[in-house]
Design a protein around this ligand. Structure first.
Ligand code: SF4
Ligand code: SF4
Length: 98
Protein backbone atom coordinates (compact mmCIF):
# COMPACT_ATOMS: atom_id res chain seq x y z
CA UNK A 1 0.00 0.00 0.00
CA UNK A 2 1.43 3.33 -1.04
CA UNK A 3 1.56 6.19 1.39
CA UNK A 4 -0.94 8.95 0.58
CA UNK A 5 1.74 11.42 -0.44
CA UNK A 6 3.03 8.92 -3.01
CA UNK A 7 -0.34 8.39 -4.68
CA UNK A 8 -0.65 9.87 -8.13
CA UNK A 9 -4.23 10.20 -9.31
CA UNK A 10 -5.00 10.59 -12.99
CA UNK A 11 -8.02 9.89 -15.23
CA UNK A 12 -6.97 6.21 -15.53
CA UNK A 13 -6.65 5.60 -11.79
CA UNK A 14 -9.00 2.87 -10.57
CA UNK A 15 -11.25 3.48 -7.58
CA UNK A 16 -9.27 1.07 -5.41
CA UNK A 17 -6.17 3.24 -5.85
CA UNK A 18 -7.89 6.53 -5.09
CA UNK A 19 -7.36 8.37 -1.86
CA UNK A 20 -10.41 8.61 0.37
CA UNK A 21 -12.84 11.11 -1.22
CA UNK A 22 -10.12 12.01 -3.74
CA UNK A 23 -8.22 13.95 -1.08
CA UNK A 24 -4.85 15.34 -2.11
CA UNK A 25 -1.95 14.85 0.24
CA UNK A 26 0.91 16.25 -1.80
CA UNK A 27 1.66 19.88 -2.50
CA UNK A 28 1.41 21.59 -5.87
CA UNK A 29 -0.57 18.87 -7.63
CA UNK A 30 -3.94 20.57 -8.06
CA UNK A 31 -3.02 21.34 -11.66
CA UNK A 32 -3.06 17.60 -12.37
CA UNK A 33 -6.77 17.44 -11.56
CA UNK A 34 -8.65 18.48 -14.67
CA UNK A 35 -11.58 19.96 -12.79
CA UNK A 36 -12.95 21.31 -16.06
CA UNK A 37 -14.41 17.80 -16.48
CA UNK A 38 -17.10 18.78 -13.96
CA UNK A 39 -18.27 21.77 -15.98
CA UNK A 40 -21.81 21.90 -17.33
CA UNK A 41 -21.74 25.59 -18.30
CA UNK A 42 -18.91 27.15 -20.28
CA UNK A 43 -17.83 30.81 -20.27
CA UNK A 44 -17.62 32.19 -23.79
CA UNK A 45 -15.71 35.44 -24.21
CA UNK A 46 -16.56 38.20 -26.68
CA UNK A 47 -13.21 39.93 -27.17
CA UNK A 48 -14.85 42.81 -29.05
CA UNK A 49 -16.73 43.88 -25.89
CA UNK A 50 -13.86 43.29 -23.44
CA UNK A 51 -12.23 46.38 -21.89
CA UNK A 52 -9.53 44.29 -20.14
CA UNK A 53 -10.43 45.49 -16.65
CA UNK A 54 -9.45 42.01 -15.38
CA UNK A 55 -12.24 41.87 -12.80
CA UNK A 56 -13.00 38.38 -14.09
CA UNK A 57 -9.39 37.36 -13.49
CA UNK A 58 -9.51 38.71 -9.94
CA UNK A 59 -12.70 36.85 -9.01
CA UNK A 60 -12.16 33.48 -10.71
CA UNK A 61 -11.77 30.92 -7.88
CA UNK A 62 -9.89 28.51 -10.15
CA UNK A 63 -7.31 30.83 -11.69
CA UNK A 64 -8.74 29.88 -15.07
CA UNK A 65 -8.67 33.32 -16.69
CA UNK A 66 -5.59 33.60 -18.88
CA UNK A 67 -3.86 36.97 -19.02
CA UNK A 68 -0.84 38.09 -20.97
CA UNK A 69 0.69 41.55 -20.90
CA UNK A 70 -2.14 42.83 -18.71
CA UNK A 71 -4.83 41.69 -21.15
CA UNK A 72 -7.26 38.82 -21.05
CA UNK A 73 -6.37 36.21 -23.67
CA UNK A 74 -8.77 33.37 -22.93
CA UNK A 75 -9.76 30.62 -20.50
CA UNK A 76 -8.11 27.52 -19.14
CA UNK A 77 -10.94 25.09 -19.87
CA UNK A 78 -9.01 22.21 -18.29
CA UNK A 79 -9.61 23.80 -14.89
CA UNK A 80 -12.58 26.19 -15.27
CA UNK A 81 -15.51 24.64 -13.38
CA UNK A 82 -18.10 26.86 -15.06
CA UNK A 83 -19.23 28.61 -11.89
CA UNK A 84 -20.19 31.73 -13.86
CA UNK A 85 -18.69 34.24 -11.43
CA UNK A 86 -16.61 35.82 -14.21
CA UNK A 87 -19.74 36.32 -16.28
CA UNK A 88 -21.63 37.92 -13.39
CA UNK A 89 -18.70 40.19 -12.57
CA UNK A 90 -17.95 41.44 -16.08
CA UNK A 91 -19.13 45.07 -16.26
CA UNK A 92 -19.67 45.03 -20.03
CA UNK A 93 -21.25 41.61 -20.54
CA UNK A 94 -18.30 40.22 -22.46
CA UNK A 95 -18.64 36.72 -20.95
CA UNK A 96 -21.71 34.60 -21.60
CA UNK A 97 -22.32 31.21 -20.02
CA UNK A 98 -23.40 28.63 -22.56
S1 SF4 B 1 -16.73 30.15 -14.98
FE1 SF4 B 1 -15.87 30.27 -12.90
S2 SF4 B 1 -14.08 28.91 -12.97
FE2 SF4 B 1 -14.63 29.33 -15.09
S3 SF4 B 1 -13.37 31.05 -15.69
FE3 SF4 B 1 -15.33 31.89 -14.95
S4 SF4 B 1 -15.00 32.34 -12.77
FE4 SF4 B 1 -13.35 30.97 -13.45
S1 SF4 C 1 -14.41 41.37 -16.64
FE1 SF4 C 1 -15.17 41.50 -18.75
S2 SF4 C 1 -14.30 43.39 -19.54
FE2 SF4 C 1 -13.13 42.87 -17.73
S3 SF4 C 1 -11.39 41.65 -18.52
FE3 SF4 C 1 -13.01 40.20 -17.96
S4 SF4 C 1 -14.12 39.87 -19.89
FE4 SF4 C 1 -12.91 41.72 -20.14
Amino acid sequence: MKKYDEVTINPNTGWKSMTEAGKMYARGNSESFLTGDWRTMTPVWDSTKCIHCLQCWAICPDMSIEVEGGKLTGFDYDHCKGCGMCSKECPVGAIKME
